[in-house]
Design a protein around this ligand. Structure first.
Ligand SMILES: NC(=O)C1=CN([C@@H]2O[C@H](COP(=O)(O)OP(=O)(O)OC[C@H]3O[C@@H](n4cnc5c(N)ncnc54)[C@H](OP(=O)(O)O)[C@@H]3O)[C@@H](O)[C@H]2O)C=CC1
Ligand SMILES: O=CC(=O)O
Length: 325
C-alpha cells in the first residue's frame, strides 16, 4: 500500500503525477473556512504533508499522529514549529536556493520603484494627472552609487547585494548572525552591527527568516535611527517589523519610503493605512512568483517529500538537529 499524503495546495499536473506514482494523495487545492474541518479530519491518517501558505502549529499537527515527513513549497519555515517537529522526529523539508535570483530580482524591483517613485508616477499618468512637465516635487533619488545595507546576508541577501555591487556600483554593508566571508570577498561587503547599519545606509533591506529572535526586529527605535532619506525594504516576513511603527515613520517623514513584499497579515487589507501612503510600494508577496521559479519550487518540494519518506533527509531538511542525531 502506498503511504498516504495530504497535498494542501494546487500544483502543476506533471508534479501531481509524480506524487500520485509514489503516494495515495488526498488534495485540498486550498484550505479555507468551508473545508477546514475536512482538512483537519484528513490529518489523522496522513503520513506525509506537502503544500504552502498554511500555518501548521503543534495543535494542528497533534492531529497527525502518523506523520513521518512534511515538505513546504517555500524556503521560509515559519508556518511550522521546528522544535516541535524535531521532538516528534519529523523532518521539515524546504526549498532553499531555487528562488534566490528571482526573489532578489523582486527585491531590487522594490528598491528601484521606491527610489524612482515608479508606481506613484505611473498612477499619475494613468489617472490623467500628468498635465505639465514634472519638476522637483516628483523627482526620485539615485540608486547607483548609494549604500545598501542588508540585514540577513543569507542566500537571498547575497543575491540582492550582488545586484547592488555589480549592477549599480553600490557600497554594500551588512549585519548578520555570523560573518559572511564570501560576501566580503566577492562584493567588498562590510560587516557591522545593526545599529551602525541603520544609521549609515541609504537603503536598508531586511532578508532574515522570521524566528523568535527576529520577530519585531525593526520598530520605532530602529526607524528613528535611519537617515531621513533612507528607503526601507522588507522581503523577509511581515512580523519581522512593527508595521504600525513603519506607518508612523512613513507618515512623519522619519524615513523617505518603503518597499514591502510581506505584511503582518496577508493578504493585506485594502483598508490598511499603508495603502494610503504614496511613499509605500506594496507587492502581494511575489518574491518568487515567476512561472519558472514557482515550478522549480514545486519540483524541489516533491523531490524532498519523496526523499524524506524514503528516509533520506540529507538535502533540504530545515530542522537540522535531526541530521545531527
Ligand atoms: N518575499 C518572498 O517572496 C520571499 C521571502 N523569503 C524570506 O526570506 C528568508 C530568507 O531566505 P534565505 O536567504 O533563503 O535564508 P538564509 O537562511 O540563507 O538567510 C537568512 C539569513 O538571516 C540570518 N539571520 C537569521 N537569524 C538572524 C538574526 N537573529 N539576526 C541576524 N541575522 C539572522 C542568517 O544568518 P546565519 O547565516 O548566521 O544563519 C542568514 O544569513 C526566508 O526565511 C523567508 O522568510 C524567502 C523567499 C521568498
Ligand atoms: O516567501 C516565500 C518563501 O519561499 O519562503
Amino acid at each position: 500500500m502506498k503511504p498516504k499524503v495530504l497535498l494542501y495546495r494546487a500544483i502543476p499536473e506533471q508534479e501531481r503525477q509524480r506524487l500520485d506514482e509514489q503516494f495515495d494523495v488526498t488534495c485540498f487545492n486550498s484550505v479555507n473556512d468551508a473545508n477546514q474541518d475536512a482538512f483537519l479530519a484528513a490529518l489523522a491518517d496522513t503520513e506525509g504533508l506537502i503544500g504552502s501558505s498554511l500555518d501548521l502549529p503543534p495543535e494542528r499537527l497533534d492531529l497527525a499522529q502518523k506523520l513521518q515527513a512534511a515538505s513546504t513549497i517555500s524556503v521560509g519555515t515559519d508556518q511550522f514549529d521546528l522544535a516541535y517537529l524535531a521532538k516528534r522526529d519529523i523532518p521539515l523539508m524546504h526549498t532553499p536556493g531555487v528562488l534566490n535570483e528571482t526573489t532578489a530580482d523582486t527585491l531590487f524591483t522594490l528598491i528601484m520603484c521606491t527610489a524612482r517613485r515608479a508606481i506613484e508616477l505611473s498612477n499619475m499618468v494613468r489617472e490623467g494627472r500628468w498635465t505639465s512637465n514634472i519638476g522637483p516635487a516628483q523627482y526620485g533619488t539615485d540608486v547607483h552609487g548609494k549604500t545598501l545595507g542588508i540585514i540577513g546576508m543569507g542566500r537571498i541577501g547575497y543575491a540582492i547585494a550582488k545586484r547592488g555591487h555589480f549592477g549599480f556600483d553600490m557600497k554594500i554593508q551588512y549585519s548578520n548572525r555570523n560573518r559572511k566571508p564570501d560576501a566580503e570577498q566577492d562584493l567588498n561587503a562590510t560587516y557591522m552591527d545593526m545599529e551602525t547599519l541603520l544609521k549609515t545606509s541609504d537603503f536598508v533591506c531586511v532578508m532574515t527568516p522570521l524566528t523568535a529572535e527576529t520577530e519585531q526586529l525593526i520598530g520605532a527605535k530602529e526607524f528613528a535611527m535611519m537617515k531621513p532619506n533612507a528607503i526601507f525594504i522588507n522581503g523577509s516576513r511581515g512580523k519581522v517589523i512593527d508595521e504600525a511603527a513603519l506607518v508612523d515613520a512613513l507618515s512623519n517623514g522619519t524615513i523617505r519610503a518603503a518597499g514591502l513584499d510581506v505584511f503582518e497579515v496577508e493578504p493585506l487589507s485594502g483598508d490598511s493605512p499603508l495603502c494610503k501612503l504614496d511613499n509605500a510600494v506594496l507587492f502581494p508577496h511575489i518574491g518568487s512568483a515567476t512561472t519558472e521559479t514557482r515550478l522549480a519550487m514545486v519540483t524541489c518540494a516533491v523531490d524532498n517529500l519523496i526523499n524524506a519518506m524514503n528516509g533520506d533527509v540529507s538535502k533540504n531538511c530545515a530542522n537540522k538537529e535531526l541530521l545531527d542525531r
